[in-house]
Structures are given as C-alpha cells and as structure tokens.
Design a binder for this molecule. Structure first.
Ligand code: FES
Length: 550
C-alpha cells in the first residue's frame, strides 16, 4: 500500500524516449527496475488524429481503437465502406499497446477444453479463425509493405513439472485432431528444463503498434463516402456516451453525433451493456518486462500456463531482448502490485542471465466465462450493433479474426467461424460454475466493501506516495497524497455498480475489484465498464489545513 517516497514518481504510461537501462538486482522493497511504460509506445510514433468536431454520417462506426477496432475498420474499408473509429483516448495505447504481441493460435491449453465443452466442430472454428489470423497479418504486412518487425517462430506451451505433462499431451492430441501444426517435444531452446511442451510451427510475432498504425492510416485515408461526404476516419479523445440501435444507428458523443448503418463496440465492455457483459467477463491484470539478456534470446515464444503464468518471447529489434510476462491476478485483488514487477524480475533472473530490465508495464485483459471471446451481434434485440470483447490475453489473433467475422456479418457474407464466437451463445456447460463464481465474487465484494468498517480519514498520517480508503463523515473516500504532497480525494464508490475501489500502487490508480473498472487518482476512467469517473471530494478547510501542516 505504501510507496517509497524516496523513489520519486514513475514516468506515466506511454511515456516515450530512450530507456534508462538498469542492471539493478532487486532487493525486497526496492523500486522495480526498468522504465515504467510500454516498449511498444516508446518505439513507435504517437498519434494525433484529433477529436470529432460536430455531427457525421458514415457507413459504419467502430467504438474503441484497439486491435479489434482497428482490424474491423480496416476490413470494412477494404470492402469499400466508410468507417469512423471513435476512441476515448489515443488509439492503440491501452491493452493493444501493452501486449506481448504473440501472433499465435496456441493459446495456452485451450483446444482440449474447447472440444470438451463446445464439440469438435466449434473447436475447429476457433482453431481455423486464429490460424487464419496469422496468415491474414502476414499477407497484410506483405501487401502493404508494413515495417513492423514481423517474424516467424514456433510457439510452445510447456509443462513445468512432470505432473502437468499429461495435460500437454492431451492438448497436442486435441490440436492435431483440429488440424493445427502441433507436436509434442521434450526439449526447447530455453536455458532451463521443461517436462514436455506443445509446439506449434510457423507462428509469428510483430510490433503491434507499428502494424496497426499502418492499418489505421489506411482507414483514415478512406474517409470519403459514396455521397461525397468525407466523414470517415479516426477520432481520438472523443467519448461515446450512448448507443441507439436501429436503421440507422446513432452514437452520442461528447463532441457530436455519429450516424451509421452499423456500429461495432470494440471496447472491453459495450457502452450500452444490454446483454450484461459485465457479468460474463472477468478482468485480469498482468505484467511485462522487456529484459536484455547477457546471451542470445531463445528461439521461439514460450508460455507456462501455471497460475500465475510465465511467458517469454524474443524481440525482433534486438538479438538479446526478450519480453517476459506473467504475475497475473484479478483486477483490484493484489495487495502490492509493485511487488508483482519485483517477483516477475526475480523469476526472470532465476531462469535467464539478465543483464538489465529496460521497460516494465502492466496490462488489463478480460476473459469470458467459457474462455471464448464474444464477437458478433451484441444482443438479439439490438439492430445493427455488434461487439468484440473477452479476448482473454490472446487478442493478437482473436482481434484480427474478429475484424474478419464482423466485416463479414456487416457486409452480409457468411463467415465460417461466427458460431463459436456468437455473443448470444448460452451453452455454458462446465463454465456455468465460473459464471456463478464470478458473480458471487462481485456480490461478495460489494457487501464486504460496504459492511466492513473502515478507519476514519487521518490525512495527517498519510505520507507522500501513500493512499487510503477511509471514512470521511461516514462516506467512503479514496485519498492519495502524491510525491509533491498534494492530496487527491475522490469517492471510493465505483459508479458502475457501487463496489469500493482499491489502491493499485504499481500504476497509481484506483481499481474496482468487482468488474475491473479503473480510475486515475483524480477519478477519471482508465478502464471500463464504468462510464463515469469517481466523484471528486472536497475534504474541507479542516482537512486542507491538516494536509498543509505536513
Ligand atoms: Fe462494476 Fe466497479 S462495480 S466495475
């Protein structure tokens, strides 16, 4: 909960510039090594598309400028449609800008589960969609001559211990049955032993922002409709506040109205959540280090599906740089998120000869209750509204596949993979227990937060860098004192459904443990489903005085 004031503020996420390489070997309580911010944003051009300015009319509107939104817009533009992408912040800066960017159809241990719970036919649809997505990326890189560090490599999911080897073997059998390029191997290019691994050949990796910025440029270049209006393009810093389905659909934004034949909601949560997606998606945070090794990076991309997971992939820009991911936890459920970086570094140093940590960052993903994303018509009662969400950390291929599925549905073509992704599916099967547990968990947090007593606010006892949730005149407040001593006070009540937020020291944010909304220290929304921010709180003259007395 407490940050070391001597460390100073970290650079904000998305900060660009040269890394300050560090060869610090961590000790407990030390500031995590590496520059705080994604390697991908630091090594690509920032965007500045500008906000919407007044009302527009387009063929299709896409809400959300991550991989699913940009891929969908690109596919539609390729078919001659005019598209407006509306993004609350900057495109490609959030989950897509913070991924490890493995372009692979090997998603941990998923295929045995899919065959069991969906049957072989739908499992094959998932396999085909993700395998085709790799080739879709490769073709696009080639056709548009995109300089995005695209490279081919095998992907592995490995068992760390002999007791897990049978699961790996079952995954190989399931994947081969579905026609995937799978084999069982016992040795890899990793510098440590594994008990067995699924290997998929001819998978890929890339620089996600460089690839998708090229696609976004294409979308922006095709702004003109058949009627001569040029309303299509990318609109950043534009907040969608309401979606009306119909013929046409209408988006209300804080900058004007968007009228479109079809609307795609490619945010984590649909703006208008008529189908209760919040109850079917579980939020997860995970951590990434860009580590420079003293040796050459291993060939291949590696994933250990234990809890927490551990993943490694080489970085195409350098022979000795690897991206190491893991330390996942449910959003709002880690006492010390800074410690997650330290633990990830400790595990990296245990396994590799690490010369330095160059970057560190965290990301947020949402996983559906049955592990398959929701891509398709948002709800049966909504005309012209589509959704793409719940990629569960495997958005680089699922996001590209979502673009193809949605473009097909919108342009009236049949799509061979749409059944497995159908958001209105209700064959939860074994996932019913996950659904119940996910929602029981959220309800538990709601009552826990409100029933359990909190201390009265003691502003004088709050040191720089510290944060607390406390009572102020019987209302729960979330208070952070920054490194300069200024106090930031907001309501601790999440505007989505009323749970109390918790402090995330690693990112300096307020995170909701119920459905994963996140807010900055002044209450602005960082992650949905909350649409509105946390109310600011005036602590009053007495508290201000106490604050100044520090
Ligand atoms: Fe749902 Fe906070 S109550 S995200």
């Amino acid at each position: 909960m407490t940050l070391d004031p001597s460390t100073g503020a970290t650079a904000p996420d998305g900060d660009r510039g040269a890394p300050s390489a560090s060869d610090t070997v961590l000790t407990d309580g030390g500031e995590p090594a590496g520059r705080h911010g994604s390697l991908w944003t630091a090594t690509s051009e920032p965007t500045d598309y500008g906000p919407l300015d007044g009302d527009i009319r387009v063929d299709a509107a896409v809400v959300g400028g991550g991989i699913a939104g940009i891929a969908t817009a690109f596919e539609l533009v390729e078919r001659g449609r005019t598209v407006a992408v509306v993004e609350r912040d900057r495109i490609l800066d959030w989950t897509t800008g913070r991924t490890t960017a493995k372009v692979t159809s090997l998603h941990g241990l998923v295929y045995d589960h899919l065959i069991d719970h969906f049957g072989a036919e739908r499992a094959r649809q998932y396999a085909d969609a993700n395998q085709a997505a790799i080739e879709r990326v490769a073709d696009t890189v080639d056709r548009l001559d995109v300089d995005c560090e695209f490279g081919r490599a095998p992907a592995y999911t490995y068992a760390d211990s002999a007791s897990d080897r049978s699961e790996v073997r079952a995954e190989v059998d399931a994947a081969r049955r579905l026609g995937l390029p799978a084999s069982f191997v016992e040795s890899t290019d990793l510098p440590y032993e594994v008990a067995g691994a699924v290997r998929f050949d001819d998978q890929a990796y890339f620089h996600p922002r460089k690839y998708l910025l090229a696609l976004a440029e294409r979308v922006a270049d095709h702004a003109q409709r058949g009627d001569g209006s040029d309303d299509g393009g990318i609109y950043e810093e534009t907040v969608v506040t309401a979606v009306d389905d119909g013929d046409p659909c209408r988006l209300d934004t804080d900058r004007g109205e968007v009228v479109a034949d079809d609307v795609v909601l490619a945010t984590h949560f649909p703006v208008s959540d008529h189908a209760l997606y919040f109850s079917r998606l579980s939020p997860k945070r995970s951590y990434v280090l860009a580590a420079r090794l003293s040796e050459e990076a291993p060939d291949g991309m590696y994933y250990d599906p234990s809890e927490p997971y551990f993943s490694v992939r080489p970085h195409a820009g350098s022979e000795s740089l690897v991206l190491i991911g893991g330390q996942n936890h449910r959003t709002g459920h880690a006492d010390d998120t800074t410690d997650r970086y330290r633990e990830l570094e400790r595990r990296a140093r245990e396994r590799f000869d690490v010369a330095s940590i160059e970057y560190r960052w965290a990301t947020q993903d949402f996983t559906s209750v049955d592990s398959v994303p929701f891509v398709g018509r948002a709800a049966p009662q909504l005309d012209g509204v589509y959704v793409a969400t719940g990629f569960g950390g495997w958005g680089m291929t699922n996001g590209v596949a979502a673009g193809v599925v949605l473009a097909d549905l919108i342009t009236g073509r049949s799509n061979p993979w749409s059944d497995v992704y159908d958001p209105t599916r209700f064959e939860f099967g074994a996932s019913r227990s996950d659904l119940v547990s996910h929602n029981r968990h959220a309800v538990g947090h709601f009552f826990d937060g409100h029933v359990r007593g909190r201390p009265d606010l003691d502003l004088a006892g709050l040191a720089p860098g510290e944060a607390t949730v406390a009572d102020e005149h019987d209302d729960p407040v979330a208070v952070y004192r920054d490194e300069g001593g200024a106090v930031h006070a907001v309501s601790a009540v999440c505007p989505h459904m009323g749970c109390l937020v918790t402090w995330n020291d690693g990112e300096r944010s307020w995170d909701c443990p119920c459905h994963g909304s996140r807010f900055d220290v002044d209450g602005s929304v960082l992650d949905t489903p909350a649409v509105d921010g946390l109310d600011s709180v005036d602590l009053g003259a007495d508290d201000e005085d106490r604050s100044r007395d520090r």
